[in-house]
Design a binder for this molecule. Structure first.
Ligand SMILES: Nc1ncnc2c1ncn2[C@@H]1O[C@H](COP(=O)(O)OP(=O)(O)OP(=O)(O)O)[C@@H](O)[C@H]1O
Ligand SMILES: [Mg+2]
Length: 274
């Protein structure tokens, strides 16, 4: 397809929510009618196939494509409910050295003929496999949680991405697992502070939520389920990816049952002090 957009979702520190975000953004964009392909660029415990509930359907992986055993379109697994959401799975047994950056570029170029959006789930920046995941994309989304180690590791990843030719124009930031209670007690940085520290465009803010945790663990992204109040968060981020101007305040405005202090927290986030 013309103008296929290729995103990579990455981080400095591991376990900050990359796979969860890739699954939910993929599902949301698919629900909007776009043809979406997710590529699992990571080899880890909580792989994208599990988070999407597709682990039993994976027959071929990216390794079969690289080895020439399968054309890439035949190696994809379709989501059970969202037929326009496909996954190119990673292999648990594979060694990351089996895939080169050139292989990844070739795979993405083949997939680009068929999909509007390709989203690559990357390992954390310090791990092997990071380069494969980032070379084939045009836009990088860095995920961080609001703790100092994750933020400083995210800062290192900005440097790594710049080494791969990225600039601040095609890197953006998602702050995941914001905890309003801690922000209220001034024990957690706000998304605005983190954005300023990293000097990146803020693509979205996601609250820490048991519902997100449970949905990841159940292999059923929230975005597939109708009517969840957190859908709005992923919906807004997806709309920004589509180029719509959605104010950041909207990300958290659906949280009607937000804990006490949440409203002040939001206000603090978006209005510069002093
Ligand atoms: N906003 C959130 N609220 C609560 N739990 C979350 C949130 N985002 C992610 N999690 C949980 O954090 C854990 C790690 O998430 P995930 O596997 O998506 O991270 P990752 O960055 O892909 O990790 P890795 O670096 O190992 O690939 C999962 O159990 C997931 O359910
Ligand atoms: Mg992951």
């Amino acid at each position: 397809m013309e103008n296929t957009k290729v995103f990579v979702v990455t981080s400095g520190k591991g376990g900050v929510g990359k796979t969860t975000i890739v699954a939910n953004l993929g599902a949301t964009l698919a629900k909007k009618g776009y043809n979406i392909c997710l590529i699992d660029g990571d080899i880890g415990l909580k792989n994208l196939d599990i988070v999407l509930g597709l682990e039993n359907r994976v027959v071929y992986t990216i390794i079969d494509v690289v080895n020439g055993n399968k054309p890439v379109m035949d190696a994809l697994v379709k989501h059970k409910q969202l037929k326009n959401l496909s996954l190119l799975a990673s292999s648990q047994v594979a060694n990351k050295d089996m895939i080169s950056p050139e292989d990844m570029v070739e795979i993405v170029s083949q997939l680009s003929k068929h999909f509007h959006y390709i989203i690559i789930d990357s390992p954390a920046g310090i791990e092997r496999g990071f380069k494969n995941a980032v070379v084939a994309a045009q836009h990088a989304i860095i995920v961080t949680t609001p703790d100092l180690t994750a933020i400083s590791d995210a800062d290192r990843v900005v440097g790594l991405l710049e080494n791969q030719g990225y600039t601040e124009k095609n890197i953006s930031l998602i702050v995941n697992r914001i905890k309003p209670k801690l922000v209220k007690r001034n024990e957690m940085l706000s998304a605005e502070d983190i954005k300023d520290a990293l000097a990146l465009n803020l693509l979205g803010i996601i609250p820490d939520s048991e519902e997100i945790l449970i949905s990841t663990n159940e292999g059923n992204p929230l975005s597939v389920t109708q009517g969840n109040r957190l859908n709005n968060v992923f919906n807004n981020i997806s709309d920004r990816i589509l180029g719509k101007e959605i104010p950041l305040e909207k990300d958290l405005s659906e949280l009607d049952h937000a804990p006490e202090g949440f409203v002040e927290f939001i206000k603090r986030l978006f209005h510069r002090r002093g």
